[in-house]
Design a protein around this ligand. Structure first.
Ligand SMILES: Cc1cc2nc3c(=O)[nH]c(=O)nc-3n(C[C@H](O)[C@H](O)[C@H](O)COP(=O)(O)O)c2cc1C
Length: 261
């Protein structure tokens, strides 16, 4: 196991607000000593539609494939609100992770999100809430921000974010930029998330080491059981016909046929 864990920031950003937050979160994570890689999800809109929506060129950040998620120790998702939920681009990418689901490749990895919306009542909380089904099905462990940063209590000015995650308010025409307070909230989320990731990474390394030490003591018992096994088989006459398929066999077959890619 490498000394520093890898955190992937996977985002979609049409007008750049989520990208700004992603870079802020990257700085916060790196300050805690974790490795960070930034990725965008693939665009699903045509150039023509993007032009009509007034989207600027995409940032120079690699586009992720589902398989690459395996290499991450933890994943942070950058998500701009669409109708109070995740945009089609994020959903399309998550829908391409069926193979990872089938192999349990993401199970047990820490995860969280950060968001942006046009208005301050536009659905930042529901956007993160709507990621939970994906996280649960993958066995990803969602770490909320909580009220970890004092700016979340600020009522003097508009501040994006909530107990669910850091966030920014872009305004209806996208003209508002990520504020210093929102950057501070994002840094707090990054710091707390990194600490969790580091604790988990170190804990896993300790467990792996302890299990290696335990191995020689377990081997003789396993060997004894193996040696005893043929004698048992000899005592039991083999059935003339193969055993009937049980209900659980059928279920297993059904599951393995299920949407595995
Ligand atoms: C189709 C569409 C739906 C949107 N739905 C919402 C919404 O429900 N609530 C809201 O506050 N903003 C909404 N917005 C505004 C976006 O959330 C905002 O443009 C985005 O957060 C800016 O992030 P970005 O600069 O990273 O793209 C919507 C924008 C589009 C294009």
């Amino acid at each position: 196991m490498s000394t520093a864990p890898n955190v992937y920031i996977v985002f979609y950003s049409l007008y750049g607000h989520i990208y700004t937050l992603a870079k802020q979160i990257q700085l916060g994570l790196e300050a805690q000593g974790v490795n960070v890689k930034l990725y965008q999800v693939p665009e699903t809109l045509s150039e023509e539609v993007l032009q009509k929506m007034g989207a600027p060129p995409k940032p120079d950040v690699p586009i992720i494939t589902a398989d690459e998620l395996k290499e991450a120790d933890a994943i942070l998702w950058g998500i701009p609100t669409r109708f109070g939920s995740v945009p089609a681009q994020i959903k399309a990418f998550l829908d391409s992770t069926g193979g990872l689901w089938a192999s349990g490749a993401l199970a047990g990895k820490l995860t969280s999100a950060f968001v942006s919306s046009g208005s301050n009542h536009g659905g930042q909380e529901s956007t993160v809430f709507n990621t939970l089904t994906y996280f649960a099905h993958h066995g990803l462990l969602y770490a909320p921000l909580g009220f970890a940063d004092p700016h979340l209590f600020d009522v003097e000015e508009v501040v994006g974010g909530s107990a669910w995650s850091a966030g920014t308010i872009a305004s209806g025409d996208g003209s508002r930029q990520v504020s210093d307070k929102e950057k501070q909230v994002a840094t707090t989320q990054a710091k707390n998330f990194a600490k969790l990731v580091l604790a988990m990474h170190k804990g896993k390394a300790i467990l792996e080491k302890a299990n290696k030490v335990d191995e020689p003591q377990q081997t003789p018992v396993v060997q004894k059981q193996k040696e005893a096994a043929p004698a048992k088989e000899e005592q039991q006459p083999k059935p003339a016909t193969p055993p009937k398929e049980t209900k659980s066999d059928k279920t297993d077959k059904g599951v393995s046929k299920c949407f595995c890619m």
